[in-house]
Design a protein around this ligand. Structure first.
Ligand SMILES: Cc1cc2nc3c(=O)[nH]c(=O)nc-3n(C[C@H](O)[C@H](O)[C@H](O)COP(=O)(O)OP(=O)(O)OC[C@H]3O[C@@H](n4cnc5c(N)ncnc54)[C@H](O)[C@@H]3O)c2cc1C
Length: 598
């Protein structure tokens, strides 16, 4: 199973034209990336106001939350010290006004950055971006919460220290990535999630009038409330400063090993035990798995490699727009044959080693050895000097470039082999469907996260699955084989008790998820103590925390938009031949399937 049935002779003229266009585009894109563009327009501020700092909106890095809305707020404040932060919280609390932190780039897909209602206060952490202290001897760093990961890992390295794990994209802030439980990959030691390395927080919460309406709470490593405050969805207050336990600076040695899928189900539980920074990329349309063999090596090991993941580099905007136009055509009017051909062609032209290089410029062979801070995360598309949108991050909302969904969910390691077996079965039923269903440039990324004491963290060692896939710019427009990702997600969450990543996913993934967190009640108790009036809570956080309402929005085509699981054909797109059907492997799934596939 899994071999593509496309033959050039079987393609229509239109398909051949689509494929040719895709080929030339992929070639130009590759050249552009190889040339390493000097500039890159950094992403726009997610907060904009019509009247100075009043009458504002907040969105995310894609310019579109999962329900395609943007949020309104009465005003924004930009504290640059903890004192100013306390004053900002006090001002909102004394007026009983809702408030919420927005970060420099606002990466979460769901509406986490929105204050409740439409008259709240946005507290931007953009100016809270300094290192407070570094204690090289005790291997501790304390930073302000708006600091982006790039600056944090560089500051640590400059002091001869490493943050052992982090997300792979360095544009996230430490406050935002902790609040959503963000992670890299690893099962050794404390594992791949950043919150495992937090040993102290200073958090500003509302307070009674007699205490001036706001207070700073200092939570040390042994403080029980730290388990609520480190993964908090931003609902217990504003984290002002974070102290992280670091390790002596080390290097890593990385090799991406490509193998067939024959032992994928067995390897999923094992690979993470074999290599400290192991992950896996499943490319279902190519029947292969790319195993990341990634281990710590001594700092004296030769090598100055860089983890410049191609997805996070700047790209000329003209190419992004052209590429998107072809993608839209393939998605909305193309055939499996054309989509698989385009995908295959793109794969042959990809940068080697996903863009990792041995010296910051080119890939010359494995292993790639480099300092932890240069390997663990990348994101050069936020670094460049402003170039008037000649180039940008691929998803920059100011251009009509890439527009994707990002689903992320974890499955307990003990259940991962069965989950993988189910996904393989689903793929085998129609391998070509996966060409259109997923973003073929990467595939499904599987990363390891360890069980955590954080109340909203993982309660078991888990594999975290990440899927990027096409999102139409037209509300309610189905994309090719949308039922594939829908079934995988419903299977992970429903059959295997998976947990959605707080900062990714579409609405339906969060429905009822809080019931699968055994310590959710402890979290809610801390929340009511720290913020009894729920000033940091919003409609969205109340829905996902099971306090009030549901994240589902039931309306025509809601399942196409990921706002619901379909229970009626009208939740799909019957006019375009998409009907609500049973899953093909997980029969309890309800997915929007095209008539042609069923
Ligand atoms: C390109 C890209 C790559 C990504 N890579 C990874 C990855 O490798 N691994 C991974 O796990 N995730 C990844 N993510 C998801 C990402 O981790 C989460 O979306 C993360 O929360 C975003 O961080 P942010 O700084 O943008 O925070 P935001 O999305 O702006 O904020 C998230 C939440 O945190 C709250 N918050 C922020 N700062 C504070 C504070 N100081 N005090 C209290 N609350 C606060 C906000 O109010 C909001 O509720 C990626 C996302 C993108 C777009």
């Amino acid at each position: 199973a899994g071999t593509h049935s496309f033959e050039k002779s079987a393609m229509s003229q239109g398909e051949q034209a689509q494929t040719r266009a895709m080929k030339s585009l992929a070639a130009v894109l590759l050249v552009a990336i190889l040339l390493q563009l000097a500039g890159c327009s950094p992403p726009p501020d997610p907060v904009t106001c019509t009247d100075g700092t009043s009458n504002c909106t907040v969105t995310n890095t894609y310019g579109s939350f999962t329900d395609r809305t943007i949020c309104h707020a009465a005003n924004v404040v930009y504290p640059s010290t903890e004192q100013e932060l306390v004053a900002a919280v006090a001002a909102a609390a004394s007026a009983k006004r809702k408030m919420k932190v927005a970060t420099k780039h606002s990466h979460s897909g769901p509406k986490l950055a929105c204050p409740g209602g439409s008259e709240g206060t946005i507290i931007s952490t953009t100016r809270l971006n300094r290192t407070v202290s570094i204690d090289a001897e005790r291997q501790l760093i304390t930073v302000e919460s708006g600091m982006v990961l790039r600056d944090l890992i560089q500051a640590a390295a400059a002091a001869g220290l490493s943050l052992p794990h982090s997300p792979y994209w360095y544009g996230l802030t430490i406050g935002g990535l902790l609040a959503t439980g963000a992670h890299g990959s690893g099962l050794w030691g404390k594992g791949g999630a950043v919150h495992e390395y937090v040993v102290g927080l200073r958090i500003v919460t509302p307070a009674p009038a007699c205490d001036g309406f706001a207070m700073v709470r200092e939570l040390g490593a042994d403080h029980p409330d730290l388990d609520a405050a480190k993964v908090s969805l931003g609902v217990v207050g504003v984290v002002s400063q974070v102290t992280l336990a670091l390790q002596p600076l080390f290097k890593r040695s990385v090799t991406f090993v490509e193998r067939n899928e024959s032992d994928f189900t067995a390897q999923v539980a094992e690979w993470g035990r074999l290599h400290e920074f192991a992950d896996m990329i499943w490319q279902p349309q190519h029947n292969k798995v790319i195993y990341r063999e990634d281990d710590r090596v001594d700092v004296s090991a030769p090598g100055n490699g860089v983890g410049g993941l191609f997805l996070f580099r700047s790209v000329p905007t003209a190419l992004l727009v052209g590429g998107r136009a072809i993608e839209e055509q393939l998605q909305e009017n193309g055939t499996d044959i054309a989509r698989c051909a385009a995908e295959q062609e793109g794969a042959t032209r990809q940068l080697p080693a996903f863009g990792f290089t041995n010296d910051g410029i080119s890939f010359t062979g494995y292993p790639i050895v480099g300092y932890q801070h240069r390997i663990q995360a990348s994101g050069s598309c936020i670094d460049g000097p402003e170039d008037a949108l000649l180039s940008s991050c691929a998803w920059d909302p100011r251009i009509r470039g890439s527009f994707m969904y990002n689903s992320g969910f974890s499955v307990a390691l003990s259940k991962a082999p069965a989950f993988i077996a189910d996904m393989l079965n689903l793929r085998d039923l129609n391998p070509d469907a996966f060409c259109g269903a997923l973003d073929g440039r990467v595939g499904l990324v599987l990363r390891y996260v360890k069980a955590s004491s954080a109340y909203l963290g993982k309660h078991e060692d888990s594999i975290d699955v990440d899927i990027l896939f096409y999102r139409s710019r037209t509300d309610g427009m189905p994309h090719a084989h949308a039922d594939v990702v829908d079934e995988i997600e419903q299977m992970a969450l429903g059959k295997y008790g998976g947990l959605p990543h707080w900062g990714k996913n579409r609405n339906f993934a969060f429905d009822g998820a809080i019931a699968r967190y055994p310590k959710a009640d402890k979290f809610l108790k801390v929340k009511s103590r720290y913020d009894p009036d729920g000033l940091f809570s919003s409609e969205w956080t109340d829905q996902v925390l099971g306090i009030n309402g549901t994240p589902n929005i039931i309306e025509n085509r809601c399942a196409i938009e990921g706002l619901c699981i379909c229970s009626d054909d009208s939740h799909c797109a019957p006019e375009q031949g998409y009907f609500c059907r049973l899953g093909k492997v997980y029969k309890k799934a309800r997915v929007c399937s095209s008539e042609e596939d069923y």
